[in-house]
Design a protein around this ligand. Structure first.
Ligand SMILES: [Zn+2]
Length: 665
């Protein structure tokens, strides 16, 4: 079966090519090893971020009498920022680790400083300045995040040499991490006349979520698709580079299948027709809550809602007693990047039933959206913004526009694939902002994005931005300049998603534990903890960090007071939990709890022109609802007390959803 589209390359899931592959494999393998010393193995991997080539990993594996030593140099440049990681791993001939070190960065804000030494049945682990001694399980490996890929390659070799256990423990972790590995099948890649036979594996737990890794017949790494800094990250051996698109599509199909399987394992508590009776209903219209209310759901819609005495429950509709609970509309996250299937259950668990994806790998995000829309997979409704940047070495992603024709082509591509919006990135020039916006508007799409370098907010909005991502307003909320900008945004009905929880997460003083403002940090899987362990601004104290955050919150409040629609977005952050934090921060800024809830429901729906069918609890709207144990109007912290999430009329237990992706409920 042919799955890549380019003329000369195809990733083929067929056994018929294997014989031919075997004869050609030897020559391909040798070329990668052409400069190696006897017994030495070398590899060069091309690194990509969201499909764009950005750097290389070069590794050498040198054997000696009793062991082998992997040395890796991993380096890339992302939007002008340099990232470099050097790592070494010493292992026995059967790949059992002896020592591992990794130093540098694995992403722009992810510092890595790990050193593991095996001492008998213990591992001495130094990571992020802490030293621990842990007892190692009988089967284990040393790996610290997705990079270097060569370490993951040796992990797979270890796994193959040790009976392919379903669970492999890895260090460093907290204190030990669980990694699940599965062989997924054999296939071949054709590059011109050359066919390379590969085995595909899924690895779950080195990063949060599943990775796909391909090894060739010599167990050398051919390709890997993972996640870094919240977006997709790909490594492909140099000679296989033309097959990147095929690898991405193959991994994407694997992941959608995984999500469909995961969906089957999370019990669906109810669907069809039912009436929830006895809860306090906070409908997010701004009207007072309905005490002892009733919501009737039928076929994914709210067929009736009101006080118990005012709603006639049809005789054929079963009732569910939800006395003491509070029902609010399903939440929205207006700034995310759903780069992995694991986000789907996480969002539902957090009460989020609609998200706007602000830039992603094209094949994956469209396939994921379709799987959710067709109900094959459970997840929040996905609205898509298509990312486009200007040209040049510092551009982001794979879609660029530097001419009017290119602008039309990019907008058409996204429009044809059902995207709702265009997201303009930093390097687009002013005339191309105008061209992109005009074409998007002509096709009924809206425009959001980062204010491009060299443009002011006013210029970007005048050129066509309908919305602004993040909060690119400098200065104090009460300065004349800021007031003028806010008036301008109000006059242009510009929508702002200020991502304050993201600013807080990256901008908090490095010495302040994240748990001090984000209790969700205690519930996330170990690999995510490793990512956030070093997040935060170095060299500032807690008071300085707080005053920076408060300056932003004052501007958010001033925008809101002026009538500028503020919509809740996280830019991912702590998955799921950052949505709650974003809402809490709006209350800290001075919103009422109702206004903060509206920012994450009806105001977001209105910004996406979907308020006629979503965003409040009203008759005829989609049955996207959250049942909370406590009322968020009493204290906004109660927004974290999810019990059930109802998406499209289907009722899920949030605890089962959290557990399905290895979060603590
Ligand atoms: Zn973003």
């Amino acid at each position: 079966m042919r799955i890549a589209t380019a003329a000369l390359l195809a990733l083929i899931a067929a056994t018929s090519v294997f014989d031919r592959a075997r004869s050609l494999q030897a020559s391909v393998g040798r070329s990668a090893n052409a400069f190696a010393l006897p017994g030495e193995e070398r590899g060069v991997l091309r690194l990509h971020y969201v499909g764009k080539p950005i750097g290389y990993e070069r590794y050498t594996i040198t054997p000696d009498a009793s062991a082998l030593t992997l040395s890796s140099d991993f380096a890339f440049t992302d939007r002008g920022g340099e990232v470099r990681l050097t790592a070494s791993l010493r292992a026995k001939p059967d790949y059992t680790p002896i020592a591992f070190t990794a130093t540098g960065k694995s992403y722009r804000f992810v510092n890595v400083d790990a050193d593991v030494r095996i001492d008998g049945s213990d591992a001495l682990v130094r990571a992020d300045g802490h030293e621990t001694r842990v007892t190692i399980p009988s089967q284990f490996f040393t790996v610290d995040g997705y990079a270097p890929f060569a370490a993951q390659m040796l992990m797979l070799r270890y796994w193959k040499a040790h009976g392919q256990p379903r669970l492999l423990r890895t260090v460093p972790g907290l204190p030990i991490n669980d990694v699940f590995i599965e062989a997924r099948g054999r296939e071949a890649v054709r590059i011109g006349e050359t066919v390379v036979r590969l085995d595909r594996y899924v690895v779950d737990g080195v990063v949060w979520g599943r990775e796909t890794i391909w090894l060739d017949e010599r167990d050398a790494l051919a390709a890997a698709i993972t996640r870094a800094g919240g977006l997709s990250f790909e490594a492909v051996r140099e000679d296989l580079e033309p097959a990147l698109g095929g690898f991405l599509e193959r991994a994407s199909r694997d992941r959608i299948n995984d999500l469909e399987n995961l969906t089957g394992q999370v019990p669906l508590l109810k669907s069809g027709a039912y009436a929830m009776v006895g809860a306090t209903i906070v409908d997010a219209t701004g009207r007072p809550p309905i005490a002892d209310g009733v919501v009737v759901v039928r076929d994914g819609r709210i067929s009736d809602v009101g006080a118990r005495g005012d709603v006639a429950i049809p005789a054929d509709v079963p009732t569910v007693d939800v006395a003491g609970k509070t029902i609010v509309p399903g939440l929205w996250d207006m700034h995310t990047h759903v780069t992995q299937i694991e986000w789907a259950p996480v969002y539902l668990a957090a009460g989020v039933t609609t998200v706007r994806d602000m830039g992603n790998e094209f094949a994956f995000i469209t396939a994921l959206r379709d799987a959710i829309d067709s109900r094959r997979a459970a997840g929040p409704r996905l609205l898509l913004a298509g990312l486009v940047d200007g040209g040049g070495p510092n551009a982001f992603g794979t879609e660029y526009a530097t001419t009017v024709d290119e602008a039309r082509r990019v907008v058409a591509k996204y429009h044809d694939a059902g995207f709702q919006q265009i997201k303009i990135y930093s390097l687009v020039t002013p005339p191309i902002v105008e061209a992109l916006s005009a074409e998007a508007h002509r096709l009924g799409m809206t425009v959001t994005g980062h204010v491009p370098t060299g443009m002011t907010i006013e210029q970007a909005v005048s050129a066509g931005f309908d919305q602004i991502a993040h909060l690119p307003i400098r200065g104090e909320a009460d300065s004349d300049e800021v007031k003028q900008t806010i008036r301008f945004l109000r006059d242009h009905k510009t929508v702002v998603d200020p991502t304050q929880s993201w600013n807080e997460l990256l901008g908090h003083a490095a010495g302040t534990p994240i748990a001090a403002f984000q209790p969700g940090i205690a519930k996330i899987p170990s690999p995510l903890n490793r990512v956030f362990a070093n997040a935060g601004a170095a060299g500032i104290d807690a008071a300085t960090a707080r005053s920076r955050l408060e300056r932003g919150l004052k501007i958010v409040k001033a925008l809101h007071d002026a009538g500028v629609p503020v919509v809740a977005g996280t830019d991912e952050g702590i998955p799921g939990h950052s949505v709650h934090r974003e809402i809490e921060l709006y209350v800290e800024a001075g919103f009422t709890p109702m206004e903060a809830l509206q920012a994450a429901t009806i105001v977001s729906a209105r910004a996406m022109k979907l308020d006629a069918e979503s965003g409040t609890i009203e008759k005829g709207k989609r049955a996207d609802l959250v049942v909370l144990n406590a009322n968020p109007l009493d204290s906004i912290r109660n927004i974290r007390t999810m019990r059930w999430t109802i998406h499209d009329g289907r009722v899920y237990d949030v605890n089962a959803l959290w557990r399905s992706v290895r979060f603590q409920p």
